[in-house]
Design a protein around this ligand. Structure first.
Ligand SMILES: Cc1cc2nc3c(=O)[nH]c(=O)nc-3n(C[C@H](O)[C@H](O)[C@H](O)COP(=O)(O)OP(=O)(O)OC[C@H]3O[C@@H](n4cnc5c(N)ncnc54)[C@H](O)[C@@H]3O)c2cc1C
Length: 464
């Protein structure tokens, strides 16, 4: 039998290290930084914890060993991520985003690019190397995020344009990004590198016209605004970035015409991590209210847990956490088996766990009662953090559910592939499903399910 949820000795050690780091180094910094109104200052308050993570291998451990990474599996990443997110999921996002930025190079980069950029990431003597994953854009007439795979030419979909200046061997970037994490770096003058999704062919749609480009720190023509002040995940830095005639050497370009696949795969790799992050937050909320319910009497003769409604709510919370942990691990295991080609299951775990555990955290507030709203207690923060899960890391409605739907529409879709751990390769033809396409008669999301996709599918097409 290969199914065994017992951690190996090495995994137990990994969990112990992650737990020790989270409780002893991270936790003492969190409250002050979370309450800090200056978002850049809040981010910098976490730098000491980040340096420690770099030393422990949590900042780049997912990169392959041949480039100096730890070769950590997706399952092992789950173990570390649960411990860190149980203390602060915003800080954990800083680490996750290093992966979102650099794993695309592992999958799509040339050997020379991998050697240059990945080795740089893993060998920083200062231990403060940070990478930005620069995809999302302002919701505007030009540019967008959810509809990155829109079949139309510029200005539909991704709006940051990279024009080839062949004579000078450079790409010239113009446009904006909004939301990318880590991108501004520790001093708002740029992360060590920003991996940017750009439109290299403005005449083509999102499935042909996008690429990825590495913009190193110090490149002229990039400016960063104050980081966004957010409801939750306040300890990661989210940036507003403007590119004005920003010139980048052409050898920094990769995944040419496949920027869409980079987006789809990166947000698949991160799916199980976002899922276990929801477990981490829900676990902390659960453990806090369990203790509260066992020790507070609310004017009755017995502690609250003796009231059946409270006991049932606690049982409901506990079982949902267990179910979501199992699903997160399953999805991570599937990605380990198939080099992160698990677009449906990665997205399913992210959507299911984030949404299930958001309501579970709210349920935990109900167990505690009105005192959950008192900022002296951690519950209001747990709720703020949980609210982020369905919205970030490729929003569930605009991106992740569309991805699952696109995979299912394929005529070769195998509904037992996930249960049976069989590989399902993601195809470009699975994209654009439900993209928000304007037609002469008005918006029609179904139109983005292309003729080609419709032909491939015998299933009836539903609107999003
Ligand atoms: C903490 C945090 C960290 C983040 N880190 C990064 C990062 O490192 N890099 C990065 O690039 N981004 C990052 N983001 C942004 C994040 O990844 C978002 O998921 C992304 O911006 C897409 O947002 P959205 O899905 O709301 O899309 P939007 O394009 O803003 O769409 C908004 C809404 O419109 C609706 N909608 C639009 N189109 C459709 C459609 N076709 N079908 C159905 N509904 C539709 C949906 O309701 C959708 O939620 C981060 C965000 C947060 C909060």
């Amino acid at each position: 039998m290969s199914i065994d949820f017992t951690l190996t000795t090495a995994q137990q050690k990994l969990r112990r290290n992650a737990r020790e780091f989270s409780l002893e180094i991270l936790q003492p910094l969190v409250k002050k930084a979370d309450e800090e109104p200056d978002t850049q200052k809040a981010f910098v308050l976490m730098k000491g914890a980040y340096l420690e993570c770099y030393k422990l291998g949590f900042a780049t451990g997912f990169l392959p060993r041949e480039y100096g990474g730890g070769g950590v599996s997706n399952v092992d990443l789950q173990i570390v991520a649960e411990e860190i997110t149980a203390v602060d999921p915003g800080f954990a996002t800083v680490l996750l985003v290093n992966g979102l930025a650099l794993m695309p190079l592992v999958w799509f980069g040339s050997d020379a690019q991998k050697k240059k950029w990945l080795v740089q990431a893993t060998s920083d003597p200062r231990g403060e190397y940070i990478a930005g994953w620069t995809v999302s854009e302002p919701v505007d007439d030009v540019g967008g995020t959810a509809n990155f795979d829109h079949p139309g030419a510029h200005p539909a979909g991704i709006g940051l344009v990279a024009k080839h200046d062949k004579a000078r061997g450079e790409y010239v970037l113009n446009g904006q990004k909004y939301w990318p994490c880590n991108a501004g770096g520790w001093d708002l003058r740029g992360a060590d590198v920003n991996v940017c999704i750009v439109r290299t062919d403005p005449t083509k749609g999102g499935r042909e016209g996008l690429s990825a480009i590495i913009v190193p720190r110090g490149t002229a023509g990039v400016s960063y605004g104050d980081p966004i002040s957010k409801l939750g995940h306040r300890l990661c830095q989210n940036n507003a970035i403007t590119f004005t005639d920003c010139r980048v050497p052409e050898e920094n370009l990769f995944a040419i015409g496949d920027g869409d696949l980079v987006i789809s795969k990166a947000f698949t790799w991160s799916g199980p991590v976002a899922a276990i992050a929801a477990v981490g937050v829900a676990r902390s909320a659960y453990e806090f209210v369990l203790q509260w319910a066992k020790t507070r009497r609310a004017g009755g003769g017995l502690p609250m847990i003796h009231q059946q409604a409270v006991g049932y709510m606690l049982a409901d919370i506990a079982m949902k956490i267990e179910a979501c942990r199992a699903f997160s691990w399953k999805a991570a295991h599937y990605l380990d088996l198939f080099d992160s080609e698990g677009h449906a299951v990665g997205a399913m775990a992210k959507v299911f766990c984030g949404e299930t555990l958001f309501t579970t955290v709210f349920r935990a507030l109900q167990v505690m009662g009105v005192n959950a709203l008192d900022k002296r207690h951690p519950m209001e923060k747990f709720l703020r953090e949980a609210a982020v899960f369905p919205l970030y890391d490729a929003g569930n409605i605009g991106m992740q559910m569309r991805k699952i739907w696109g995979v299912m529409l394929d005529e070769n879709f195998d509904p037992r592939a996930i249960a049976d751990s069989r590989r399902m390769d993601f195809q470009k033809s699975m994209e654009s499903t439900g993209a928000l396409v304007q037609t002469p008669s008005g918006p029609d999301v179904r139109n983005a399910v292309t003729q080609e996709t419709r032909k491939r599918s015998s299933a009836p097409v539903r609107s999003a």
